[in-house]
Design a protein around this ligand. Structure first.
Ligand SMILES: *Cc1c(COP(=O)(O)O)cnc(C)c1O
Ligand code: SF4
Length: 339
């Protein structure tokens, strides 16, 4: 007897974005083949990068120029040999986060704002990431249904804004995130929920109905801070995802990291600001690189950074000039350098 029903390969209840996440490039040779780059392009041996391996979603790789080892998106994700070099002054815990960590994965360094390490997972592995050596296993806030985190937040009435960070908080399923947002509604001193995420940019499929549903609900204002470093990261799929977020009433801001060979030219930074402006995103911060071990080859010196900001200020409306900041361990806020 012929079977009329085809087996369903993918269970229907797995959201499309999780399937896209599972298809990300994790093998150097696959990425190199896709980009038509030579297989022998120098790279860190996979064993050396074991704790923070190569990871690039296909949607992001699709925006890279084929055959160009200096492509500004490729350079953000490629495991370069220089990562293994020991650079003096570069540490595993670049901004002193481990000293300030409270129960429930809470980092409370600045007045009124508590940052929650929700998860260690990211859709993409940015090689310059300041949390690339973070011992996530010990802190994950979401693991116990947020119980410790919520208890801490409820007990401290000085906290008006909760920042979900990580890793990338949008790596968590929407049920888990909605559960947290819902519980925050019952903590009267919390007014805003901010999400620090790169997923709408690197995995635009992530901005689906389930995400928009909980973002648009409730008393607490949701604010999203994206992470884009180069205008080439913003293609039509991303700007469409951002438009969906804005329609749901979520204000969009962007933070970038100033990166050697990627965006350390005035024309590139200006084009980035213009592209963000076109997508309805305000430029918030341009970060000096945090001195994390393995990222020294990305650093841009401070005098160059200040000069870049000066040029941006001349060419752009004030609201598209980001603030140039540095994170100094122990300081009561980010340190403003220019902007
Ligand atoms: C950067 C950061 C914040 C947010 O600072 P803003 O200047 O408000 O963007 C909050 N908490 C921690 C621990 C941070 O590192
Ligand atoms: S997405 Fe953010 S947290 Fe994740 S690796 Fe990139 S910079 Fe780090």
């Amino acid at each position: 007897m012929r079977r009329m029903i085809q087996p369903i390969r993918v269970p229907r209840n797995i959201p499309e974005w999780q399937q896209a996440l599972a298809r990300a490039f994790t093998r150097a040779s696959d990425l190199l083949d896709f980009l038509e780059l030579p297989r022998d392009l120098p790279s860190l041996p996979p064993v050396t990068a074991r704790d923070f391996p190569l990871r690039v979603p296909r949607a992001y790789a699709a925006r890279m120029r084929k055959g160009d080892p200096h492509d500004p998106l490729f350079l953000q994700v490629w495991t370069q040999v220089a990562e293994a070099e020991h650079a003096p002054g570069y540490r595993n815990d670049a901004v002193g986060d481990l000293h300030t960590l409270r129960p429930g994965g809470i980092l409370h360094k600045y007045q009124g704002r508590a940052l929650v390490i929700a998860t260690g997972a990211c859709a993409i592995h940015c090689r310059y990431c300041f949390r690339r050596h973070f011992p996530y296993g010990e802190v994950l806030a979401a693991r116990d249904h947020w119980q410790n985190t919520l208890r801490e937040l409820a007990a401290d009435r000085s906290i008006h804004e909760v920042i979900l960070s990580g890793g990338d908080p949008l790596s968590l399923p929407d049920e888990k995130l909605a559960e947290f947002a819902q519980a925050l509604e019952f903590i009267p001193h919390v007014r805003r929920l901010r999400l620090h995420t790169r997923q709408p940019v690197v995995l635009p499929e992530r901005v689906d109905e389930a995400l928009l549903a909980w973002l648009g609900r409730g008393r607490i204002r949701k604010v999203m801070v994206l992470h884009v470093n180069h205008a080439q990261e913003l293609d039509g799929t991303v700007t469409a995802a951002l438009a969906r977020l804005r329609r749901a009433g979520v204000p969009l801001l962007n933070q970038s990291v100033l990166l050697r060979g990627i965006n350390d030219r005035p024309d590139r930074l200006i084009r980035l600001s213009e592209a963000l402006g076109d997508a309805g995103v305000m430029t918030y911060y341009l970060h000096m690189l945090d001195r994390v071990q393995g990222a020294a080859h990305y650093e841009v010196p401070e005098h160059e950074a200040r000069a870049l900001l000066q040029t941006m200020t001349v060419h752009l409306p004030g609201y598209l000039v980001p603030r140039l900041v540095r994170e100094d361990p122990g300081a009561p806020s980010k340190t403003l350098l220019a902007g």
